[in-house]
Design a protein around this ligand. Structure first.
Ligand SMILES: [Zn+2]
Length: 341
């Protein structure tokens, strides 16, 4: 059977990244489902681009030409407004389809996903300068497990082996979209992105009373150890913080002074007159959203932080702008949010 290489000339983007609206498929059940196929795919080496867990997604709609920052902001706001009238979609992932240029995962039922696609298209069509590709007569919701990078992958043997895997299908709920700058990463053979903004499907939940979190001041084994202090290290939490601050790192001389002072303080006879002055820590800096908004930057400090003990913090401002921070920040926010446990 003749198959295509996915990143053919006609599919290669001229000047990406391009604005896309995706749902990140990071549900651990779906990640396990996808990974159940990796053993089959691994022997094909770089003839396939296996999509790693962080990049599993469903594309609700993409734009395939460049936009300026103002157009991106307008499009994101338009989709955000429209998405308030949408609803989360619960769908079944599977079965797997070996297609002509990629291995894809079916998503059913199709209607709620098609409805989200229609809504995003309608919102974006109203943005000056945005041109969408013609829509298919019937929207095809799918998620890609792997892209073929060579025409010699997907033979009869490949199909037979794929058919023997058949993991149980999994149900997931898509409750938010992520606006991203989408890249075709031709070196690895799949798509990657940088996040722009998160968009809830349906009205956003009310803010809960939120703790202030200062990260980086108490680098303890509790926050930096490999095991969580409680619970499942892969369980996702989303925590609203009243103010998120980061402690700038100490300078080298401050670190030396700290260790000198604490060693000296252990020996109470060391200081003849008085204890040395405490080292001056730099003031914590409040985390501010720096995404463009209107004529300037967003500037929001009302933030939510999402992730698990083992995943980097995703920080989302009140306008839905989102960006990624470190695993360490996520751990400190988890510890700060549930100090009693
Ligand atoms: Zn923002």
């Amino acid at each position: 059977m003749d198959v295509e290489s996915f990143f053919s000339e006609k599919r290669t983007w001229a000047d990406g990244p391009y604005l896309h609206f995706v749902a990140v498929l990071d549900d651990p059940a779906y990640v396990a489902y996808a990974q159940a196929h990796h053993e089959l795919l691994a022997p094909y080496g770089d003839r396939v681009g296996i999509v790693p867990a962080p990049w599993l997604h469903w594309t609700a709609q993409g734009v395939h030409h460049r936009l300026d920052d103002g157009q991106v902001e307008t499009a994101v706001q338009a989709v955000r407004e429209a998405a308030r009238h949408a609803a989360p979609a619960t769908v079944t992932m599977g079965p797997v389809w070996p297609g002509p240029s990629a291995v894809t995962v079916a998503m059913y039922p199709e209607e709620p996903l098609a409805a989200i696609n229609t809504l995003v298209r309608a919102a974006m069509s109203a943005v000056p300068g945005v041109q969408l590709r013609e829509s298919a007569t019937r929207f095809w919701p799918h998620s890609t497990l792997a892209y073929f990078r060579s025409p010699s992958v997907h033979d009869a043997e490949f199909n037979r082996r794929l058919r023997t895997i058949r993991p149980e299908r999994v149900e997931i709920t898509i409750s938010r979209l992520l606006a991203v700058h989408m890249y075709q990463d031709l070196d690895v053979g799949y798509y990657t992105w940088t996040p722009i903004a998160e968009i809830p499907l349906g009205a956003a939940e009310a803010d809960a009373a939120a703790p202030e979190v200062v990260c980086g001041k108490t680098r303890t084994t509790a926050t930096y150890g490999t095991t969580p202090p409680w619970g499942d290290s892969d369980a996702e939490s989303e925590i609203t913080v009243g103010r998120l601050a980061v402690q700038p790192p100490l300078s080298e001389s401050q670190i030396r002074y700290e260790s000198f002072a604490s060693a000296a303080l252990d020996d109470s006879t060391y200081f003849e007159d008085a204890e040395p002055p405490m080292p001056v820590w730099p003031d914590p800096v409040t985390v501010v959203c720096e995404r463009p908004y209107g004529d300037g930057v967003c500037g929001s400090t009302r933030l939510r932080v999402r992730g698990s003990w083992n995943s980097p913090a995703v920080i989302i401002c009140e306008r839905g702008h989102s960006w990624q921070d470190t695993v360490e920040m996520m751990r400190e926010v988890i510890v700060a949010a549930e100090p009693a446990r």
